[in-house]
Design a protein around this ligand. Sequence first.
Ligand SMILES: [Zn+2]
Length: 489
Amino acid sequence: MLPTRAVLLVRISDDKAQDAKGVARQEEDGRHLADRLGWTIAEVVIENDTSAYKRRTIKLPDGSTGLRTVRPGFRSVLDKLASGERDGLLAYDLDRTARDPRDLEDLIDVVESRRPRIPVESVSGSLRLANDADITMARVMVAIANKSSRDTARRVARKHEELAKEGKWNGGGFRGYGFSTDGHQVVPAEAAILVEIGSRILGEWDGWTPEQRAKITEETGESLHSIAEDLERRGVASATGAPWSARSVGSVIGKSSVAGLRSYKGEVVGKAVWDPIIPEDRWRRICERLAMRAGTTDLTLQRWLNGSLHCSRCEHPLEGAFGNGGPRYWCAPKGGGCGKIAVKASFIEDEVERQVLELLGTPRVLEQLRHAADTEVTGDARKELAEDEEQLKQLAKMWASKELGFAEYREARSIIEARVKESRALLVSRAPRVLRSLLAGDVQSGWIGLTPADKREVLLALLPSGYRVLPHDRSHGNKFNPARLVPLD
Ligand SMILES: [Zn+2]
């Protein structure tokens, strides 16, 4: 059920010059978010934290007492949530809500005192307490922000806000294409151009002439250069007024703001306060497509047999490369190979593809694939992930209560976080996803629609050790002799 009497908590920033502006903006953004979520805000609590970090004994929501930072606004919010007078909390971000681990713990206690939990949302998305993983993350973030990196964290956060608010992108002085100067309003005409660019890149536009359409497949899409030329021909204005180029077309569509995401230094850091012009999933597909096209020197993606072929002379893996006769795989000396074995890419890819399709028509192989797509590995990874997240939680607690020094905490945390990352990667790894979607439909036609990267995942599941490639055999002239390809177990 959506909160009908939520409280919006805004906090006066430490940055004196920014005060009034900061509060007004926090409230505006908060109300905007409430509208989007369908929440009703019954009260706005403005907290002035000029007395931050001074502690005294106060009464807690559960009736006990404790030593806490003096924060009357925050405390009143906790009391109201605990009593049921307010039924949801909307804040700007984690940093503005709880900088002291004890404040966060009190908030968590209140949120968890009801079933279902009291809903908590934040404009930046950094404050989430919807489940145990969210809570662990919040604890770690507060613990970090509260200690040595507090100032850095605040500076970075402030920079995000500035960038988002002013619509400045990557330090450039211009507004983002598609958005008004304050970065919050979508400019409809420009948004339409962005949607068009995305569709043309994906090969799904309906504005091409039949002749143009014939040259474009869903797989290749339209080149940025060709799109730029067409925008120029139609007199479409760019954000800066400069003529469109392949580069600027790629740049405007590649901005995460287009998908309603906020990024900092090229990293997406969360959902933005503005609405997406292109849905996130679709935008990511467009970016993937562009990344694949850009990788003309890196053949890892296009040459999907990379990693599956081995030289029969020296056992070295063959690498996809450009040779005299076009793309080929060879035992490159640069990578430590013998340089003696090479094979034209299209020959060997066609042959492997033929074999894969044959395998995909075999019930026994399909059974094997189904097993690979749904192994216990993911179950184990899930369990490990939960355990590690619990450990992170304990760790943050120990540090907050000074049982651990910062150096110890940091070291222990980095070890556990590396494991968490690994388990997460395992859970979302491509192979199970690709296999699952492949097995869900007609396998053979599904294979044909796969990207090179996905084809490689399927091949690795079918034939984990790959093939050994024998030397060229003169008796076949220039033709490829399939016998050169020896499957390895
Ligand atoms: Zn070799």
